[in-house]
Design a protein around this ligand. Structure first.
Ligand code: DGP
Length: 113
């Protein structure tokens, strides 16, 4: 998608601090961190939000979970982290490209608000 920030990051047109990459996924540090560790995991394929994925995307969605585990291990937060996607404006989504926030390094409260 030409005007998508995260497509541009995945295509290395915009700089980001990458921590993980495969053919299908990329992960980089959030510009506005909400925790000592705050990493965004994105699909390289442009999917606007989780609600817009199709059944054929299910294996890709599973790979995001495994990537989160690997990144959390490497970041030293395996004992306590949160993986969350904001789906739609009402849930706080501001960038219209599927992404998961991997947060850790501090106590996470519940409910999240
Ligand atoms: P959300 O509100 O769930 O759509 O999260 C979007 C996140 O993306 C937010 O935490 C800030 C981050 N973000 C926005 N623009 C950029 C950018 O250009 N670079 C990086 N690294 N993060 C960005």
């Amino acid at each position: 998608m030409p005007d998508c920030i995260f497509c541009k990051i995945a295509g290395r047109e915009i700089n980001a601090k990458f921590v993980y990459e495969t053919d299908e996924l990329a992960a980089f540090q959030d510009l506005n961190p909400q925790a000592p560790t705050h990493i965004l995991i994105i699909t390289k394929k442009h999917i606007t939000r989780l609600s817009d994925c199709s059944q054929e995307d299910a294996p890709l969605l599973g790979k995001i979970q495994y990537a989160a585990k690997e990144i959390a291990d490497k970041a030293g937060i395996a004992e306590g982290f949160r993986l969350v996607t904001n789906n739609g404006r009402k849930a706080g989504q501001s960038v219209d490209h599927l992404h998961y926030h991997l947060l850790g390094g501090r106590k996470m409260n519940w409910p999240p608000g």
